[in-house]
Design a protein around this ligand. Structure first.
Ligand code: NIG
Ligand code: FE
Length: 414
């Protein structure tokens, strides 16, 4: 057995006495902490914690390592519930096109965007995709992420979608990050099906989903429900087929237009609805009567220079809120959660406490991981972040762009 005792923690953040699955509304501003604390880990689990005034008396030193982190803080590793990190190539050409005046939608209409990524992915081998995604996992780990959801969606053919999902499965098996897989075959309409969208939807429902079910390749099903992508009716059809195959919906809605995607998500008991840059009063009202986790992606707004989701209005209406990166080559080439915290505080007026709740316990909820991840609690996975020596927890979003993470421990291992 391996045992680790971390002592002299300046502040132990997000401690949880009574288990919660998520936090909502006013509770999001509450982030329980213990100043001057210790934390005990055995193998891959958190087994105890407390204040230094009742530091445990050590009688048994067998296999025990003690780590003194004077001045440093400890918090749960971040849970990033929305990424697309299996992709073939970056798209900085489109970045320059946008600088020169084209919009994201105009670039997509010219065959750029998601279709551009699908074209590049078609020629890549499973090993090549695995290697580049593996590098991205190392990168997000270095900024404190311990659990991540990864979507397919840059394949857009039976072979290529399955190829991506097999890569995600290998990443799941090999990585120390906790990984959830989402099937996003309905990310765009592939060029060959431009005049025959029903044909592609038929392929998703009758070929891709059955194969994914038989190889057990995904946990969730996603659709990009948006003007020029998938209609709410098409979204519903695809989600229903996914649900029959055991996949829970987690969908892209309201990024550019509000066309009823939220209501489709609610009707199909989605775990989360993601993006939400454009929200009507009715959207917010409907969401507040549901159990669906609203998930917002401020680094996508930053990168595309589009409106930020109305996070303040959602929280002030009593809703929970989750923050994620959306790491992908087109709209968010970054998986940096501390940067997301800064954007959430600066541009959406969330407090540091709300932002940390949104990337820990609520991020865990949006991946069905609340029982094991997202807080410091006895019996939960020892997935934790040790910060550098910092003055307060607000320093984390304040010091934007500088990496305040010193060490990451996943499954009890440094
Ligand atoms: O979440 N909005 C849809 N999908 C991705 C971006 C896709 C791309 O541009 O490659 C997103 O932002
Ligand atoms: Fe996305």
């Amino acid at each position: 057995m391996s045992r680790l005792l971390i002592k002299n923690i300046k502040e132990l953040i997000q401690v949880e006495e009574a288990p919660r699955t998520k936090v909502s509304g006013k509770d999001m501003a509450v982030l329980p902490t213990i100043k001057n604390a210790w934390l005990a880990i055995e193998d891959d689990l958190i087994v105890d914690y407390g204040g230094m005034d009742d530091f445990p008396e050590i009688t048994d030193w067998v296999g025990l390592e003690i780590m003194d982190v004077e001045g440093q803080m400890v918090m749960p590793a971040f849970c990033d519930s929305h990424t697309h990190i299996v992709f073939a190539a970056s798209r900085e050409g489109e970045f320059v096109d946008r600088i020169n005046g084209l919009t994201y939608e105009e670039i997509a209409k010219k065959g750029g965007g998601i279709l551009n990524s699908a074209k590049k992915l078609a020629d890549k081998s499973e090993d090549e995709l695995y290697d580049s995604a593996w590098q991205r996992l190392q990168e997000i780990k270095s900024t404190g992420t311990g659990a991540v959801e990864i979507k397919s969606g840059y394949g857009l053919s039976v072979d290529a979608e399955l190829k991506i999902l097999r890569v995600i499965k290998r990443l799941k098996d090999d990585s120390d990050l906790t990984i959830k897989a989402t099937f996003l075959g309905a990310h765009a309409i592939p060029t060959e099906f431009k005049e025959n969208r029903e044909g592609y939807i038929d392929l998703i429902i009758n070929e891709m989903i059955p194969l994914i079910e038989s190889e057990n390749l995904a946990d969730y099903i996603d659709v990009f429900c948006e003007t020029n992508y998938y209609t709410p009716e098409e979204t519903s059809l695809i989600l229903e087929a996914g649900i029959k195959a055991g996949l829970t919906p987690k969908i892209h809605v309201n990024q550019f237009t509000s066309i009823g995607g939220i209501q489709v998500g609610i009707k199909n008991k989605a775990l989360s609805v993601d993006h939400l840059e454009v929200m009507t009063e009715k959207d917010i009202d409907d969401l507040s009567k549901s159990k669906v986790m609203p998930t917002v992606l401020p680094s996508c707004s930053f990168f595309l220079n589009i409106p930020y989701a109305p996070a303040r209005r959602l929280i002030d209406n009593g809703l929970p809120l989750c923050l994620a990166t959306d790491f992908n080559p087109g709209s968010t080439p970054s998986g940096n959660i501390p940067f997301v915290l800064s954007l959430a505080c600066i541009n959406m007026k969330m407090t540091p406490e709300e932002a940390i709740n949104a990337t820990t316990i609520n991020g865990a909820y949006a991946m069905d991981l609340s029982k094991t991840h997202g807080s410091i609690a006895v019996g939960k996975k020892a997935n934790i972040v040790i910060t550098k020596s910092i003055s307060s927890l607000s320093y984390i979003p304040y010091a934007f762009g500088s990496n305040v993470i010193d060490k990451v421990i996943l499954n009890g291992k440094l």
